[in-house]
Design a protein around this ligand. Structure first.
Ligand code: NAD
Length: 496
């Protein structure tokens, strides 16, 4: 076995090991072998990192003294440096989480846009002067940073989901402690080399690696953390929300989904087939926006499923580092086992596997954690396979009669992250977009995101939004200032 590559984390601008000296291994999902060794931090490291972030963000610090324009210039410079490092960062992502280099390479190049966009926004956050209803008074508002933001990130797209938090929080003048997933810490540590090169003041961006209970828990409870920006499962999100409430922290929650991808009989069928495939088999289904419930109008159900199976069975599995691989391994063993359990659950509930439905054992899958692209038909929306997030390449096909029934089934889950609609009828597109309970509705496309467009969930898919102009306010608080020029103070016992 090759020697493990060793990584350190960053606290107050210094590369450090965990205070207790402990480490843990990170695995390559394609070889199922450990390849990297990462600090296994604990509460003492969290405390040091939060203190560093707190001091770096205090009034009078180098960071807080920068003008908004200078901060914007630094963010744009950082975006450029990330572009230069994007190929390497993409490879680190693929090595650590097994997602395709074809996707992670593009994703890492795209990070730059968030830093350019929010860099441009830094000096456009303006307060207002209020024409207040009191004489001799100047009343105005300013927007101020919240303080230390804890970014807690999952394993499926580590640097993209971090960037959705980091770019706006820095633009707003906050500082941060980042906790990457224990399954995919390496790309964030490599990302910190770009942070170091660009020259953010020490303590502004800190990374503490480790497990949820050892690092995430103390971070969420730390009295000097002002906000938790979290992406992950709804179960962990709920725990964090409750813990954060104890000290009245701000939160943003980007959680799970069970998104309906709805195909009407007037849809351009070949495009809709591709849309269904991209909704569930891209990223091996390990994406919160997976279109994991495919709702197909009864009149085209059988023809559509035949076309879908025919295209899905051509998907090339194998080495995620190879540019022509289309379906890679699952990122970690617990997730692999969870997906296989859900396949058994679906079969037990009476769903029929029209494709796949097992571990993938083909030679090109090596020892990796591969699951066959799986399509279940005969699914009822009440089944667990239709209600619970699998987070893998497992699709449930559910027939529907008409618009009313599509809306009813589409909304009949606890989640509301996204939805897809395939139709050529504009009236139908508008009605469906209006009535689907989801933070994002795609019509005749799927799985599109942008730094300009707000992203987040309805219902139990989350709280708050990421990306877009308005969400910089998620990292700011408003202060209202009253200045009186009156020469005397009237009756002090009465509200002014
Ligand atoms: P997870 O909830 O298990 O872990 C997410 C992060 O939280 C990890 O860094 C983990 O170490 C940390 N954590 C775990 N327990 C904690 C605790 N008690 N306190 C603080 N931190 C803790 O999620 P995951 O398995 O890494 O990621 C998959 C999930 O993420 C899926 O449910 C998926 O839908 C969701 N997700 C959502 C979005 C979105 O934008 N809505 C995007 C991607 C993934």
């Amino acid at each position: 076995m090759a020697e493990l590559e060793k990584f350190q984390m960053v606290i107050n601008g210094q590369w450090v090991d965990a205070a207790n000296g402990e480490t843990f291994e990170s695995f390559d999902p394609y070889t199922a072998e450990p390849w990297a060794e990462v600090p296994k931090a604990g509460a003492a490291d969290v405390d040091a990192a939060v203190e560093a972030a707190y001091q770096a963000g205090r009034p009078g610090s180098e960071w807080r003294s920068m003008t908004a324009s200078a901060r914007g210039a630094l963010l744009r410079k950082f975006g450029d440096a990330l572009m230069e490092a994007s190929e390497h960062l993409g490879e680190m992502e693929t090595k650590d989480n097994g997602k395709l280099i074809a996707e992670m390479g593009v994703q890492c190049k795209y990070l730059t846009q968030w830093y350019h966009y929010y860099g441009g926004l830094c000096d456009k956050v303006e307060g207002s002067v209020i024409p207040i209803d009191k004489p001799d008074t100047l009343n105005y508002t300013v927007w101020e940073p919240l303080g230390v933001v804890a970014c807690i990130v999952p394993w499926n797209s580590p640097l993209l989901l971090l960037t959705w938090k980091l770019a706006p929080l820095l633009a707003a003048g906050n500082t941060t402690v980042i906790k990457p997933s224990e399954y995919t810490s390496v790309s964030t540590l490599e990302f910190m080399k770009v942070v170091e090169k660009v020259g953010f003041p020490p303590g502004v961006i800190n990374v503490v690696t480790g497990f949820g209970a050892d690092v995430g828990g103390p971070l969420v409870e730390h009295p000097k953390v002002a906000k938790v920006a979290f992406t992950g499962s709804d179960a962990t999100g709920s725990d964090i929300y409750q813990a954060a409430a104890k000290s009245m922290k701000h939160v943003t929650m980007e959680l799970g989904g069970k998104s309906p991808n709805i195909v009407f009989d007037d849809a351009e069928m070949d495009n809709a087939v591709k849309g269904a495939i991209s909704g569930i088999f891209a990223a091996t289904g390990q994406t919160c926006i997976a279109g994991s419930r495919l709702l197909v109008q009864e009149s085209i159900h059988n023809e559509f499923v035949d076309k879908l199976v025919a295209l899905a069975e051509t998907a090339k599995m194998g080495d995620p580092m190879s540019m022509d691989t289309q379906v890679g391994p699952v990122t970690n063993i617990p997730q692999y086992e969870k997906i296989l359990d859900y396949i058994d659950i679906a079969k037990g509930e009476g769903a029929e596997a029209a494709l796949g439905g097992a571990k993938a054992m083909a030679p090109e899958c090596g020892n990796g954690w591969f699951v066959e692209p799986t399509i279940f038909t005969g699914v009822k929306n009440s089944m667990r396979i239709a209600q619970e997030e699998v987070f893998g390449p497992v699709l449930s096909v559910i027939p529907f009669k008409d618009e009313e029934e599509a809306i009813e089934i589409g909304n009949d889950v606890v989640y509301g992250l996204a939805a897809g609609v395939w139709t050529q009828n504009i009236r139908r597109a508008m009605i469906m977009s209006d009535r689907l309970e989801a933070g994002t509705v795609w019509v005749n496309t799927y799985r599109a995101v942008s730094y300009m467009s707000p992203f987040g969930g309805y219902k139990q898919s989350g709280l708050g939004r990421e990306s877009g102009q308005e969400m910089i306010k998620e990292y700011l608080q408003q202060k209202c200032v009253w200045i009186s020029t009156a020469t005397d103070v009237p009756n002090p016992f009465v509200l002014r």
